[in-house]
Design a protein around this ligand. Structure first.
Ligand SMILES: Nc1ncnc2c1ncn2[C@@H]1O[C@H](COP(=O)(O)OP(=O)(O)OP(=O)(O)O)[C@@H](O)[C@H]1O
Length: 604
């Protein structure tokens, strides 16, 4: 890595650290009124960051962040009002309780969103509805909890300020000290979140955003990770809400309002989606503009602000920090340059054998795979009609058939993408008929779909690593496995290239490499030769034959010539049923098979 790349890599750490120190100095020096106002900008930035975790990293535009913020604010304030009477200090009670209630509300909403497998738009609308629901409830809700009185649309008052001392004499901090305290809390949360997003957890979240179905095919429990990420962001929003309540000493139901719900997405868009620090820039910019325009624009603040924001989002599509990042990258060496130097893939069979032997040592022997009376229908169409099959290691199995014969449907029903109406799927001794996909993968199933599924924004090595990590849960072992597979494919030079910069054929190989990193005990390949050159197809055939010596391999394939090179067992499907089987030479002589393939009616 060059010096300029090293500086770029550490910028996300160094620049915010410098910004924190500078902010502390400024907070100490500025006018108390400005310190008071700018504290709220920082808190809004924190709320924006909580959305960036869910949206920029997790891929879900949630309009529920202000709901968690409001819930955190209310419950944190109730704790502060009651407990600070006893101990003086407000934040040690309010912040944990506020973030706990933010997290709990996020858990409730997130569970519905992720476990009901809602689409993106549905999820956004549901999160918005959740916020509005709380708004209407809190407006009429009146209750006394100890010394705290929640008074419907009159809100909650008498919230103590930010008190960090203890005892009867402990007092609220002045505006400058309060700002400095909030800067420190926000900085801690920013660096913690950055660390989390750079950990394996963050990488998995990135993969889910890019391609959630592929992430599940790598054996990750996608919904669990999405929910955990959502809960974490809810906790941050709840904490931001509590800080806001302590700062303003008052909370009204308007924190759950429509206007508030749309502010965090604006902060994120202005600052830069997925940058984590961007929402602070966005909140600061809006705060400063409103502050400055408030006096000068004679009642036209909202109009001028709105126009400026529209122009900003139009001309800086990646937001301020996102655009600066793109600009900076232009001065760095092109990480994808090596993608242009790739030759056609030549499998290193020796390395492949070693990988397969290691996999066997770690994951156990190959497993049989069988279906019994497997049946799937779509309305009147029956693409899988009571199929009994038993696949064992030794020779590859090919499933052939004309278009619409049911090959892909059979494979998808085996993988768990389609749920069968009846019948059983067994992996080794386990009945996996109703297991979720990620559990099947954990039990040893490896799947390669027809189109290459790689994480385009991640480097080649990271793509392999994320697959290997799913099996090993050990960062170093996963890296060792990734390097072996990289070497087997001859991709060493392309290690740092983004997967999206590879050609279609290379992406197919990378996808196959990812499957190998899982050390699968049975491998299902759907038209793996699609889009490959003749040379690559030859290598693929060699790879599949080698794989079949160590694992069970089932290939769905159209191309009879390719199937004949596999020298394995062939099953022909027709109208969802097993129509013929044997080796390819026998099937090629079978008139009934030729009739189906050539569309003749003589024997069928
Ligand atoms: N999700 C679905 N909903 C409705 N019908 C489907 C669905 N998936 C497949 N089918 C139908 O099932 C039948 C078998 O399709 P399938 O894709 O499994 O065949 P195939 O042998 O893989 O064909 P091809 O080689 O063209 O991919 C077709 O009639 C198809 O329209």
């Amino acid at each position: 890595m060059t010096l300029s790349e090293k500086i770029y890599q550490s910028a996300g750490l160094i620049l915010p650290a410098i910004a924190t120190l500078a902010a502390l100095v400024v907070a100490f020096l500025i006018d108390p009124y400005l310190a008071f106002v700018s504290t709220s900008w920082l808190i809004f930035g924190l709320l924006g960051m909580s959305l960036d975790i869910v949206w920029g990293r997790g891929g879900l535009l949630s309009l529920g962040q202000t709901a968690f913020y409001g819930m955190g604010g209310y419950f944190g304030s109730i704790a502060a009002i009651n407990f600070s009477e006893l101990t003086g200090n407000s934040i040690i009670w309010a912040l944990p309780i506020g973030s706990l209630f933010g997290a709990l509300s996020a858990m409730l909403l997130g569970y519905v969103i992720f476990y009901a497998r809602m689409g993106e738009l549905q999820s956004t609308i549901l999160s918005y509805t959740f916020t509005l629901l709380l708004w209407s409830v809190i407006q009429t809700f009146k209750i006394d909890i100890g010394s705290a009185s929640v008074l419907g649309d009159s809100g909650l008052s008498n919230i103590p300020g930010i008190v960090i001392g203890f005892g009867a004499e402990a007092e609220s901090l002045g505006p400058n000290q309060a700002l400095m305290t909030v800067i420190i809390i926000v900085a801690i949360l920013y660096f913690l979140t950055r660390q989390l997003m750079h950990s394996h957890f963050g990488r998995i979240i990135d993969c889910i955003r890019i391609d959630s179905s592929k992430t599940e095919l790598l054996g990750y429990d996608v919904r669990k990770y999405q929910l955990l990420n959502f809960i974490y962001a809810g906790a941050i929003a709840g904490l931001a809400g509590t800080l806001y309540a302590l700062w303003s000493n008052f909370l009204s139901p308007s924190v759950f309002s429509i206007q508030e719900a749309f502010l965090p997405p604006i902060y994120v868009l202005i600052g830069g989606l997925g940058t984590l620090a961007g929402p602070f820039v966005g909140a600061l910019m809006i705060g400063i503009m409103s502050f400055v325009l408030g006096g000068a624009a004679g009642g036209q603040t909202t109009l001028i602000l709105g126009m400026t924001l529209i122009l900003l989002v139009l001309f800086l599509k990646n937001g301020i920090l996102g655009s600066l990042d793109s600009l900076w990258r232009k001065f760095l060496p092109d990480p994808n340059a090596a993608a242009r130097h790739t030759n056609s893939v030549k499998i290193d069979v020796e390395v492949l054998e070693q990988i397969l032997i290691d996999a066997e040592k770690q994951a156990g022997p190959a497993k049989n795979f069988s279906t019994t009376q497997l049946f799937k229908k779509f309305g009147g169409v029956i693409p899988v009609n009571k199929v009994d099959r038993n696949f064992i290691p030794g020779k590859p199995y090919s499933l052939i058939g004309a278009n619409g014969a049911g090959k892909s449907s059979f494979l998808k029903t085996c993988v768990g993408i389609y749920q069968p109406e009846s019948g059983v799927v067994n992996l080794g001794d386990d009945n996996i008929t109703s297991s979720p996909i990620f559990e099947r993968v954990k039990k040893g199933m490896g799947v390669k779909n027809q189109k290459p599924q790689v994480f385009g924004d991640l480097s080649v090595i990271d793509n392999l690593w994320i697959a290997a990590y799913s099996r090993t849960h050990d960062q170093q072992i996963a890296l060792d496995i990734s390097h072996k597979v990289l070497c087997m494919l001859g991709f060493e030079e392309q290690l740092g290239v983004n997967a999206s910069a590879l050609s279609h054929g290379q992406q197919q190989w990378l996808d196959i490499g990812m499957v190998l990193c899982l050390a699968p005990r049975i491998i299902l390949l759907d038209e793996p030769a699609a889009g490959m050159t003749k040379e690559e197809t030859r290598e693929l055939s060699l790879l599949i034959r080698t794989l079949a010596l160590h694992t069970t391999v089932v290939v769905v394939e159209h191309d009879m010539d390719f199937v004949s090179t596999l020298e394995g067992h062939v099953t022909m499907l027709h109208q969802g049923e097993v129509f013929a089987e044997g080796n390819i030479q026998e099937l090629r002589k079978d008139e009934r098979v030729l009739d189906v393939y050539l569309g003749r009616r003589k024997h069928v």
